[in-house]
Design a binder for this molecule. Sequence first.
Ligand code: A3P
Length: 289
Amino acid sequence: MTVERELKKPSYHLHNGFRMPMGFPPEGFSSGISYQAQSSDIFIATYPKCGTTWTQYLVWLILNNGQPLLASETISEVSPHLEEVGKEAIAKFTSPRIIKTHLPYNLTPYNPEANYIYVARNPFDCAVSFYHHTRGFIKHYDFADGTFDDFFECFITGEVDFGDYFDNLVPWYEHKDDNNVLFLTYEEMKYNPQKAVFKIATFFGSKYVETLKNEQVLNQIMTHSSFENMSKKQERWSSKRPENMPSFIRKGKVGDWKNYFSPEQTKRLMDKFKMRTLGTGLANLWLEV
Ligand code: A3P
C-alpha cells in the first residue's frame, strides 16, 4: 500500500485577503495601496518572477545614461517595492521614482501622467522561477523541503503570494494599449534586449532615444544589464540581503519549465491558460515557449 504524502504548502500572511511574504509588514501593504501616484512616477508592474529586477535595472540605466549602481548600492535602494515599504518610504525618493509593484491593475496607484511598464512572462517558466524563490526564501515561506509538485498545486490554484497569476496578467493586458502603459514580455527582452531598451526609451520620450544614439551609453546599458553582469552584482548585493534570501538572478532562461513539468501538469496549466485568456488575445503571446 502506498501512503500519499500530504501536500506541503508555503506559509504566507494575509493582507486584505492577499497572500503576502511573511516578512512584509501588513502596514506596508495598506499604506502602499493608498500612495498618491505622481505624474513623474515610473511603475514597474509584474507578477512575481517575471523579470522585475532586470527591468528595474534597465530603467535605472536608461535614466542614468548607462551609469551603473555603485558597488555599495542595491536595486531596492533606488527602486523600492511599494507594498513592502509603504507610501511614506516611497515619498522620500527623489523623482522620477522607479517603483516596483506586484499589485494587480485595480490596486496599483494611478495617475494618468505616470508611466507604467508591465512585464509578462509565460506562466510555465514563471512557476518554476517562483518555486525556486519560495523554496529558497526560508524565513518568508517555510518551504525549504517543498517539491515542485507541491508548489505547482499552489500556483495553479493561486495559493501563492500576490495571488493568481492570471488575475494579475489579464487586467494589465487589457490596458496594454493605454498611452501610459508599456507592455513587454520577458521572452521578447531575452530574444532582443536592445530592442526592449529602445522600446522603454521611446516610451519615456525622444530625449531618452537621443541618449541611446551615443554608442558608449547604449553599450554601457546593455553590458551592465546583461544576465552575467547582474548575477555578479547580485553576489555583491548578497551581503545586504536578508539571511537565506535566494538570488533574484538565477538561471535567466526561456523554456526551463520543460525540466520540471510532468505531461499532466503541462496540460492542466495549459487548460487554465486557455480558459482564463479566452477572447483576450493573450493566446498568441507565447507561441514558442
Ligand atoms: P529564473 O528564476 O528563471 O532564472 P523577478 O526579478 O521578477 O523576481 O524575476 C526573476 C527572474 O528574472 C529570474 O528567472 C532571473 O534569473 C531573471 N533575470 C533577472 N535578471 C535577468 C537578466 N539580466 N537577464 C535575464 N534574466 C534575468
